[in-house]
Design a protein around this ligand. Sequence first.
Ligand code: OAD
Length: 236
Amino acid sequence: MNEVDKLKEAISKSNNIVCLTGAGVSTESGIKDFRGKDGISSYADLPLEVVLSSDYFYSNTEEFYEYYIKCFNCLDKVPNITHLFMKKLEDEGKLKGVITQNVDGLDTKAGIKNVIELHGSIYHNYCTECFKEYGTDAVFNSKGIPKCECGGVIKPHVVLYGESLPEGAIEKSVELLSKADLLIVLGTSLVVYPAAGLIRYFRGDTLAIINMDETPYDYSADIVIHDKLSNVINKL
Ligand code: OAD
């Protein structure tokens, strides 16, 4: 049996599936990933881990926003076949949750209900002084650095390097993973922690990884598929 057929069988047998996703799930919606072949792994000669760090946000706010507004504005993008496939599995009662590193909100746009956004979301922004909350307009339509009416700088609720994950995100993920019998990892390089390390909490029968490039966890998976997600999902 080939790997796609093995996955098909595992999905048909399971009623307790969890998906762990990354930027590769959204490239076919027209959003660039970070470390894939056309990814935005650096900006203005700075590595991603610097540009997307909390230190850089506070020390080089203007430059941070130049990058952020250029690369993270995906308000006009829509879910693709992979998001819709996950939504279908959830509707059928088979998928119990999506744990995503993506901040693009496309899982929710697809109608998936149980989504854990490990790295936050571009849709939530707040003032670093008074904590007033803002939508996307305040950030993406701002001339210059986005500012609150109190004068404070507005920050996206996106987890930057050096920041902790949203409260409860790890606990909720661990609970889902420890109960799942099939974990499908989709479109992530699995190199960013703590997200990648969540795989260790999976105790179920089948770990499947679908990603264009190799990942450091391929050796531990039962099913590994290196292909474009739309090709795989179409066959499923
Ligand atoms: P990466 O860019 O590191 O990995 C995306 C993976 O998806 C790559 O290995 C690609 O080969 C694969 N890929 C791209 N398009 C694909 C497709 N159509 N079909 C199959 N595979 C495809 O993205 P993440 O693993 O999500 O953090 O990166 C993790 C974190 O690093 C991000 O959440 C981001 C970044 O720093 C924040 O923004 C806070």
